[in-house]
Ligand binder design. Structure first.
Ligand SMILES: *Cc1c(COP(=O)(O)O)cnc(C)c1O
Length: 811
């Protein structure tokens, strides 16, 4: 959008407003002003979108389809403006008519079709694919209700249904002409025609999958890619119901409800899975619609089906979209008449899989009966895949039935999705070095020996466009003023910033920018949560899903300990600190909800105790989400990444924080290790058990939390404080947290890591007092964050897995 100037933009905006609302701009309300701005920007985007699609059709470049059950996009307006290269022009044009761009941007509802890191990763990847000129498409579900809104009432989490579509969504385009039919239930009739087996699906329940396309704008490169989300609808009467029972009114209603429930709501669990039939239905629904539309598009352009895998790649984000494997097989076999071996070659060449976790409770395994009943033809295909694969295993490991059983796709009356994903794809990747090593050496050891070449690492990343350029314009300006703007296209160039860290003026600037962002954050906290905080205190932040393995409880215990110390010794000298928490708990996850309640009760106690509240304060910011993360992270001094080592596959908020100049307190888990390797030990504070020590405990036992409780008075005291009424009038309130740590022997080694965590925090206190040194540490973190741009990650996927070309433009 090089031709756009302020005057043109202003004129277009005023016209758009009039056209949409039939009144003058000055009479309009904010929502109307947002609507017309978003529509105008959408119109601009649409022109480029058309051009991109035309280009793709002409060149026939290999298309990548990123299948994910979650896309956590957040807001789109600011990002679209930034990537179109017109954010400044827009801002100035609006200022001319007395409108603050940020105010309008803040009216946009977050698109929260995801839970946390996994969904946000998918969103960052879309941004990077578009910005690197990779023909990359997202494929997922258009949930009518995304991730719930969190309210904190009396210290407790209350879930409110997310109604993100209530004001409409200008970014999506419904494409009814591209709808697909997805079939559930029924039976398979097998017949033989000319010596060929034919499989006919009868008595199924048809579901109409209607796509809604959202533009994904590349950064100043005239590329707009597509995120296609599917919505489930009842098929219309024109559909041939001969194999489907109709005429009965109640049945028709029942049918409609059953269909619409499919894309009604996102499951709010993160790193946890339940064998719910509706979830399996959701998975097949979007995967089937997605694969069908890919093939339809491919054939429309008259290409030979046997070349399919040269022209497209399907990536599956975790095991949730694994049914893409048997679905692609089904279409090739039953609809395209391709022989099994060829179909299998095409499928495995086309598909690649990312593993996101080694937590046992997150591994998907579907009961055979449920699976077979819901997806009879897909089940037959999975059985055949398993039969052929087990035949191979028998040849490789003759007589080793234990091993063959353990590695099979179907066993113990379950379909094991991770096994299907590994067998049916050509690439299996972990998301950080440690995680990939553990997949190879432990969790998927058998598979690694069988298919050593499939396994590879792709350390996660974040888009620096949203998480630096857009969320932290002041810091971006300082970086541009020092090292120039090459880092925008080549984030690795941020390294050049390190050269300026001996310049006191630059360090002072860094400090001022942080202070400015802290003041903005303090205001948000005042407005949202009604707590006033001291911007001279250290902003110590842990924001992420609430989960036992992420150990918010460890953070709580050290605050409780610090509180004890300050009460015992009023002269205890610390740099004032503000402890900031945020994050949602799955509605059915009692322990996580109990943790939120504990944090809020600690906050209540400490913030109202005038003996300490000048020195420490605790804040739980409600309703943590992408748009809030963009405002919190630039204002953080300390980034808390304190998961039990081996449990956090990568983490991505750790990267966002370092890029915004926070110092990390971390265990050597996930990508924290790679962050440490980048910034060196002097610029990060590491604590806790290492991976070998944790694995050793899990393997050989020997950990006894009660012994630590009995031998460390500080620990005994804070643990007792959980159940002596200090933080709640109901003494039993936090009993479950207590029992987890003591009675059930502390599965996540909280007590074990407590002492070294406290020492790490003491070190932060000492470091922070030396302002120059601290600013320098922040600067080193910024300078070394470039490698964690998702552009680097996507380049690795593109060249190492998808076989797509990566072309830079406007170098
Ligand atoms: C980045 C991000 C996450 C992931 O955070 P982790 O600390 O890596 O778990 C979760 N939620 C939101 C809103 C995010 O922006």
């Amino acid at each position: 959008m090089h031709e756009m100037d302020k005057k043109t933009f202003k004129k277009a905006y005023v016209n758009k407003f009039l056209e949409m609302h039939g009144i003058e701009l000055k009479e309009g309300n904010k929502q109307q002003k947002y609507d017309s701005l978003a529509s105008l920007v959408r119109d601009y985007v649409t022109r480029t979108w058309l051009k991109t699609n035309k280009k793709y059709n002409k060149t026939g470049e290999k298309q990548v389809y990123y299948f994910s059950m979650e896309f956590l996009l957040g807001r789109l307006l600011g990002d679209a403006l930034l990537n179109m290269g017109i954010r400044d022009v827009c801002k100035e044009a609006l200022a001319d008519v007395n409108i603050k761009l940020e105010e309008l941007e803040n009216l946009e509802q977050d698109q929260a079709l995801g839970n946390g890191g996994l969904g946000r990763l998918a969103a960052c990847f879309l941004d990077s694919m578009a910005s690197l000129n990779i023909p990359g498409n997202g494929c997922g579900i258009r949930y009518k209700h995304g991730f719930f809104e969190q309210k904190i009432i009396d210290g407790k989490q209350v879930e409110v249904s997310d109604d993100w579509l209530k004001e409409g969504n200008v970014w999506e385009k419904r494409k009814p002409e591209k709808a697909e039919i997805v079939k559930f239930g029924g039976e398979i009739k097998v017949s033989e025609i000319n010596g060929h087996l034919n499989f006919t699906h009868i008595n199924f329940e048809p579901v109409l999958a209607v796509p809604y396309d959202t533009p994904i704008v590349g950064y100043e490169n005239e590329v707009v890619n597509t995120l296609r989300l599917w919505s489930a609808e009842a098929v219309s009467n024109e559909f041939d119901f001969s194999s489907f029972n109709r005429g009965d009114f109640l049945k028709a209603i029942e049918y409609k409800n059953s269909v619409e429930s499919i894309s009604q709501v996102l499951y709010p669990e993160d790193s946890f899975y339940e064998g719910k039939r509706l979830r399996l239905k959701q998975q097949y629904f979007f995967v089937s619609a997605g694969v069908q539309s890919i093939i339809r598009h491919f054939k429309k352009h008259g290409k030979d089906i046997e070349l399919l895998d040269e022209k497209m790649a399907i990536h599956i984000n975790d095991t949730h979209p694994t049914l893409a494997i048997p679905e692609l097989m089904r279409i090739l076999l039953d609809e395209e008449g391709v022989e099994w071996d060829t179909a299998w070659r095409i499928t495995t060449n086309a598909i690649s899989y990312t593993n996101h976790t080694i937590l046992a409770e997150a591994l998907e395994k579907w009961p055979v009966d449920m699976f077979k009943n819901l997806l009879p033809r897909i089940y037959m295909i999975v059985e055949e895949i398993n039969r052929r694969y087990c035949d191979e295993l028998c040849v490789k490991y003759p007589g080793n039935w234990d091993k063959i059983n353990r590695m099979s796709i179907i066993g113990d009356n379950k379909v094991k999705m991770a096994h299907l994903a590994i067998v049916g794809s050509h690439s299996v990747n972990g998301v950080a070095k440690l995680h990939t090593e553990m997949l190879k050496k432990k969790e998927m050891k058998d598979f690694y020996y069988l298919y050593p070449n499939k396994f590879n690492n792709k350390t996660n990343g974040i888009t620096h466009r949203r998480w630096l350029l857009k969320s932290n314009p002041e810091l971006t300006k300082l970086i541009k003023d020092t090292i120039g703007d090459s880092f925008i296209r080549h984030p690795i160039d941020l390294k050049n910033f390190e050269r300026y860290l001996n310049d006191d003026v630059v360090l002072e600037q860094l400090g001022k920018i942080k202070k400015f962002n802290k003041e903005k954050l303090a205001n948000i906290i005042l407005n949202n949560d009604n707590i006033s905080i001291d911007t001279n205190s250290i902003f110590d932040v842990q924001v992420k899903r609430i989960h036992a393995y992420k150990r918010q409880i460890l953070n709580c215990l050290r605050i409780m300990d610090l509180y004890n110390k300050l009460i015992d010794n009023p002269g205890f000298d610390i740099v004032p600190r503000t402890f900031i928490f945020g994050g949602k708990a799955a509605p059915g996850y009692y322990l996580a909800k109990n943790t939120i309640e504990l944090i809020n009760n600690i906050a209540n106690k400490i913030n109202n105790d005038c003996r300490v509240n000048e020195k420490i304060k605790v804040v739980f910011i409600q309703n943590y989400r992408v748009s809030l993360a963009e405002q919190i992270i630039p204002g953080a001094d300390v980034s808390e990444q304190i998961s039990t080592t081996t449990k956090e596959a990568s983490g991505t908020s750790n990267m966002k924080f370092m890029m915004n100049g926070a110092v990390t307190v971390a265990t050597l888990d996930g990508a924290n290790i790679e962050i440490k390797d980048e910034v060196t030990d002097d610029n990060i504070v590491i604590f806790g058990l290492n991976a070998d020590e944790v694995l050793n405990y899990y393997q050989n036992g020997g950990y006894k939390s009660i012994d630590i409780y009995n031998s460390d008075v500080r620990i005994k005291r804070v643990i007792d404080d959980l159940v002596n009424g200090k933080y709640h009038s109901d003494k039993e309130k936090f009993r479950s947290l207590y029992e987890n740590l003591i009675t059930y022997n502390d599965e996540f080694f909280v007590l074990q890591d407590f002492d070294s965590y406290l020492k790490a925090q003491d070190k932060i206190d000492t470091l922070y007092r030396d302002t120059n040194k601290w600013q320098k540490m922040c600067g080193v973190n910024i300078a070394h964050s470039g490698i964690f741009s998702s552009d680097r990650t996507i380049e690795e996927y593109a060249t190492g897995i998808w076989g797509s070309e990566v072309i830079y433009k406007n170098l």
